[in-house]
Design a protein around this ligand. Structure first.
Ligand code: PLP
Length: 456
């Protein structure tokens, strides 16, 4: 085994880490970690530290680490057929089986799944398919996409634009002009509006309608949203939000993309967030939970309505000019098949609902009265604690105080629990693997309370 010093040197000298403060990393100022192995909800680093990963990597290792069934399915697939493409109608048993398993679990109006590699490329695919769709329908002006502030949809040119977080736009010349942002359903942060939750939902819908009327419905192709805002702060929508939004979209003939990269395959305790909130999307984005991150794989599930136009388009124009070398990669597909089987066999979706509710309730009991805790919210196996400077006046800390990152660091240092300081605001996010037990949830809550006490 390589010595830690040698590895650290190679890391500094050669590796361009994503989402990293590059200078701070080069100067050795970051508390980075080289992970060696993992099992269940625990990861282990090269120094032998065992940490409880309450964020499941990047909310993706949904079935938990170290699942031998998936590892074996990947190895078997690699031995039998490591690669073949899916262009011009070719395929593999794994990719065809997985497409059937996905459609069996997806909402009834869904028709086909297009496979990609990650959530960003899947959303990029969605935008292209929607542009193609409107060109085939002879509506070449109908191309803009509406997204929400605080939404997260990826890091590409279009998907980074759809993302509504400053960090992902700043100095990259984003967003591109076809993307427009509208109000996030973030009731807790809109105190200034002095509205009931019901009024706030009506406000979100009327803001959306105002954007549509300002731009012209004939210029707007689609609206994209995560059923629960994830990276933007883990914010479940207020009651009635999705039906109100969907009514506006239907009225103006605007397609709905449900970005279920985080919520798809069980994180809310339902197979899809769309089912959970009664959303009727035209396209669903899937990634992380599709393989529980055992191999990179994503998908765009398109509805009957979209599919019919795509089919017409290729009859008129020849094959669809969109494909990745690794679309439906057999190793990813084999991981997906094994992962979805495991979700069923171990009842992990209902566990996500049950233990997730327990985690949220316990977190609220432990921290709900703390003077610097403004909000504790969640849904299924998603939970967030938002910190405020003053609870009564609801004033917030300065970003420079780094309260969220400080608490996350303390949690790690004191109790070896990993939570995520969300990128905007002092929000500590939890998204554990679905196999979390109630005892492990107790550990997470007790450790969080200790970390909060140590910092605030
Ligand atoms: N969409 C959502 C809702 C996400 O949370 C993410 C990643 O966190 C993405 C898209 C982008 O996925 P990827 O990082 O696999 O490109």
């Amino acid at each position: 085994m390589l010595k830690n010093d040698q590895l650290a040197e190679w890391d500094r000298d050669n590796f361009f880490h994503p989402s990293t403060a590059l200078g701070a990393f080069a100067r050795g100022e970051l508390d980075n970690r080289v992970v060696k192995t993992a099992s269940g909800v625990f990861i282990e680093d090269r120094e032998g530290n065992k940490l409880l990963d309450a964020f499941a990597g990047l909310y993706c290792v949904n079935v938990g680490y170290g699942r031998q069934d998936i590892a074996e399915a990947i190895a078997d697939q690699a031995r039998e057929l490591a690669y073949y493409h899916s262009y011009v109608g070719h395929g593999t048993e794994a990719s065809i089986t997985l497409s059937k398993m996905i459609l069996d679990r997806a909402p009834d109006n869904m028709s086909k799944v297009y496979f990609g590699l990650g959530g960003s490329d899947a959303n990029e695919t969605n935008v292209k398919l929607i542009w193609y769709y409107n060109n085939i329908l002879d509506r070449p002006e109908k191309k803009k996409i509406i997204s929400r502030w605080r939404g997260y949809h990826g890091s590409g040119l279009v998907t980074g634009s759809l993302t509504g977080l400053e960090l992902f736009h700043k100095k990259f010349d984003l967003p591109v002009e076809q993307v427009i942002h509208t109000e996030a359903p973030y009731y807790f942060r809109r105190d200034d509006l002095d509205m009931s939750e019901e009024q706030f939902v009506a406000h979100c819908a009327s803001e959306l309608e105002a954007v549509i009327e300002r731009e012209g419905a004939d210029t707007i192709a689609a609206f994209i949203g995560e059923p629960v805002l994830g990276t933007g702060g883990i914010v479940p929508p207020p009651a009635g939000y999705w039906p109100a939004i969907q009514a506006v979209l239907k009225k103006h003939d605007i397609l709905l993309i449900a970005d279920e990269v985080v919520t798809g395959f069980g994180r809310l305790g339902s197979m899809f967030g769309s089912e959970h909130y009664g959303i009727e999307p035209d396209i669903i984005t899937i990634a992380k939970g599709l393989t529980s991150a055992y191999a990179p794989l994503s998908g765009s599930i398109v509805s009957d309505k979209v599919w019919a136009v795509l089919e017409k388009g290729t009859d008129e124009n020849g094959p669809i000019g969109h494909g990745w070398t690794y679309s439906a990669h057999p190793i990813g597909a084999a991981a997906g098949v094994a992962n979805l089987k495991l979700l069923d066999e171990l009842n992990l979706v209902s566990n996500a609902g049950e233990v997730g509710a327990y985690l949220n309730k316990s977190m609220a009991e432990a921290l709900g009265e703390h003077a610097n805790v403004g909000d504790i919210r969640g849904e299924g196996m998603l939970c967030a604690v938002e910190f405020v400077k003053d609870r009564d006046s609801r004033s917030f800390f300065d970003a420079a105080d780094k309260i969220g990152p400080q608490i996350a660091a303390k949690l790690l240092e004191q109790d070896k629990v990993i939570a995520r300081a969300m990128p905007q605001g002092d929000i500590l996010g939890f998204a554990p693997p679905f196999c979390l037990t109630k005892e492990e949830a107790d550990t997470v809550v007790a450790a969080t309370a200790r970390a909060v006490k140590a910092v605030l």
